[in-house]
Design a protein around this ligand. Structure first.
Ligand SMILES: [Zn+2]
Length: 88
């Protein structure tokens, strides 16, 4: 099943495989809900539709697919505590 997300604001249109969205977003994600905000104008008010394309429809179609998951480290500065004056 193919999920098509259309942004009414900037008219950006992205196709996803439903199976990819389930894998990335988990089985609780509702397919009629926008999987991601519009990558161009960041709005969440996008139109979601699904279809079962025929092999002819798939000819030359661009589908956005997950490549790899990126794990990102978050860093923070930690201030070291001062030595106590009377530590004896
Ligand atoms: Zn947009």
């Amino acid at each position: 099943m193919l999920i098509t997300v259309k942004c009414p604001g900037c008219r950006r249109r992205v196709n996803y495989w439903a199976a990819d969205l389930v894998q990335v977003l988990g089985p609780e994600h509702q397919l009629h809900e926008p999987p991601f905000p519009c990558s161009r104008c960041r709005t969440r008010e996008v139109d979601v539709s699904w279809s079962i394309p025929s092999p002819r429809d798939l000819q030359g179609l661009t589908v956005r697919r997950p490549v790899r998951q990126v794990v990102k480290w978050i860093w923070r500065d930690e201030r070291l505590e001062l030595w106590q004056k009377d530590s004896g």
